[in-house]
Design a binder for this molecule. Structure first.
Ligand SMILES: Cc1cc2nc3c(=O)[nH]c(=O)nc-3n(C[C@H](O)[C@H](O)[C@H](O)COP(=O)(O)O)c2cc1C
Length: 350
């Protein structure tokens, strides 16, 4: 049904205009307590077997929405009411910025993929702080993903991330340092250990200083060489980070300039997850993202060592009920395998 609607209607409109209209509709939904509660009761994961704990945070289900959809923390409640177990908002930068010129978002429907070069368009950390301070009517797990303001030089990157962390870490269930988006010039250079160490140390000090000690994760690119994946993993362990999110979009493609997400990213994202698990064992929480399309993909990631799994592009191609369907199918799969909980599935890999 959704596929037909997508092909006949949505595909005729510019991808970014559809995105903004969807976020606006979800923001309205977030402000309607009755409807949002009804949807939450109907679609959110309620099966106790699906519950997952990671870095001290309780998630109602392992499958969440990846960063980049709700860039300004405008509609996390509605997203969660539709069935995602957590919502990662952002990327948020210390200063508001417009992002790259449009067009900057391109569908590749034949490959169930997207290319984007959005460039961290967002209203900035102060605006996100105001939104996140609004009391929530639903129990939503919100991760906050922060990045570097484009005009800030690399030498001041740590101070720029720290400015965002000061505002947002106290309001986040977990904080993510994003050094892996391909659309801010030079950003991915920050993945080099000698630049990453001072940056993560500075943000960690802020995250550790909040009342609840906010868990801190780093999000990496799929295009890192294997040795560099290992080096970031070792650094995360050395600094006492809580986890790694792998992966962001890839620049290895021959389409428009920008990062490619969706199906073509699946194999590399899974390979990076396996490599990380082999390197860090169970000392870090691994969040797997990239090319997840269905319950089989989520299951595969859990068995490969992810505690949490995220998706974005799959939502665009599979429609609003996708997260709720995946959680329902996960419940069934657990029972079929005679497992009492997701944690049992995850433990199989330990
Ligand atoms: C349009 C778009 C915008 C994105 N923006 C961000 C972002 O701001 N920050 C970030 O960390 N990742 C961003 N991502 C990457 C996703 O969070 C995710 O890592 C990537 O798309 C792979 O997952 P997928 O194949 O399920 O889409 C974006 C992805 C898309 C498609």
């Amino acid at each position: 049904m959704y596929r037909l609607f997508f092909t006949l209607v949505l595909r005729r409109f510019d991808a970014e205009s559809v995105h903004h209209a969807t976020v606006r509709a979800l923001a309205v939904l977030s402000a309607l307590p009755f409807v949002k509660r009804l949807l939450h009761r109907w679609l959110a994961p309620h099966d106790p077997a699906l519950r997952v704990s990671a870095f001290g945070v309780h998630f109602p289900g392992p499958f969440g929405l990846a960063a980049g959809f709700d860039k300004d923390a405008a509609c996390a409640e509605a997203i969660s009411a539709l069935g995602f177990g957590h919502v990662e908002v952002g990327t948020i930068t210390a200063h508001a910025q417009p992002g790259n010129p449009r067009p900057r978002l391109f569908r590749r429907a034949g490959q169930a993929a997207i290319i984007n070069r959005m460039g961290f368009n967002n209203h900035g950390a102060a605006a996100a702080e105001r939104r996140l301070r609004r009391t929530r009517g639903l129990p939503v797990v919100v991760g906050v993903n922060i990045g570097k303001t484009k005009v800030v030089p690399e030498s001041d990157a740590a101070a720029d991330y720290v400015a965002s962390a000061r505002r947002l870490a106290p309001l986040a269930d977990y904080l993510v340092v994003n050094v892996s988006s391909p659309n801010t010039p030079g950003l991915r250079n920050l993945q080099a250990v000698e630049l990453l160490r001072p940056l993560l140390s500075a943000v960690k000090e802020v995250a550790d200083g909040t009342a609840r000690r906010t868990p801190l994760l780093v999000k990496i690119a799929p295009d890192l060489a294997d040795e560099d994946v290992d080096a970031v993993a070792d650094l995360a362990l050395e600094l006492g980070l809580d986890g790694i999110i792998a992966t962001n979009t890839t620049i290895r493609h021959d389409g428009e300039q920008g990062g490619l997400s969706g199906r073509p990213l699946k194999a590399r994202s899974l390979a990076v997850l396996r490599r990380l698990r082999a390197r860090v064992g169970d000392r870090l929480t691994l969040v797997s993202v990239g090319g997840v399309e269905d319950v089989d993909d989520v299951w595969e990631r859990l068995l490969a060592g992810a505690t949490l799994v995220q998706g974005y592009t799959g939502w665009i191609y599979n429609g609003p009920f996708w997260p709720s369907r995946i959680h329902r199918q996960l419940s069934r799969r657990l029972r079929r395998h005679g497992m009492k909980s997701i944690t049992e599935a995850i433990a199989r890999t330990a």
